[in-house]
Design a protein around this ligand. Sequence first.
Ligand code: SAM
Length: 242
Amino acid sequence: MQFTAGDFAALLGVRELPRACAALAAGRDFSYERPVGAARERIVRQVREHIDSDKPTRVGQHRADIWESCWQENLDKFVRAGFDAEKLVPDFFKPEQPMRLQQDYVLPRNRKLGLDIAGRHFDFFQPDRALTLPGDSGVLTMAALEQVGARHAPFLEYLLRANPRICVNMEPLAELYDTAKLADDLALRYHRKRGYLDGFLTALRELAAKRRIEILDVRRFFFGSLYHEAYSYVAWRPLLEV
Ligand SMILES: C[S@@+](CC[C@H](N)C(=O)[O-])C[C@H]1O[C@@H](n2cnc3c(N)ncnc32)[C@H](O)[C@@H]1O
């Protein structure tokens, strides 16, 4: 099956993709297969066994050194390979694995992924208050705030104080799973086992009720990795206290 520019637009909840994105979607192989019967059962069994095993590690502050060494390893590989951009793709992308799409599992035909990465140090647990944001700033987190579990208050407080124009958090949002669906139920179990972002959307909704922020959009994209949907999003903006 092909995943077309129109499918991307529907998934993202927009009428059509901007021209550059549509060209990207048309120019690459985004075709996939939908496993059925025994093939699908094998995947479900594997996911269940993984969740029930001691392999999924819990995320949190204790893992700061692990992230530091993982990224250092990536950097070393990149330099050793003569600055080959392919080596920037982190090891947690597992192109050989099935992925999730529209609350079920799929097998992408083209297993190659591309990424551009740039960064600076910022700790969600201890945000650097000296880091001020210009008035028209936007803040985007992507599958990273997930790592703080229930300890999102320091970052939220930082954002309320820093007052960016918009914040977009593309993160696994536990509140959005529909546990009546098998693939969602397994994703939420995995989410809880790893200790991913907990109560963040609820906290934002409480702030919105108090008129401290405005929630602009909440959406799930109905796609993700074998184990969960890391790229749901909430878009919001702080409201100045009057
Ligand atoms: C699953 S990776 C996602 C990386 C990247 N955003 C992506 O989408 O490919 C999780 C990221 O969270 C970052 N991270 C973990 N704990 C953090 C913390 N306390 N403050 C800021 N970033 C953190 C890690 O360094 C890592 O880059």
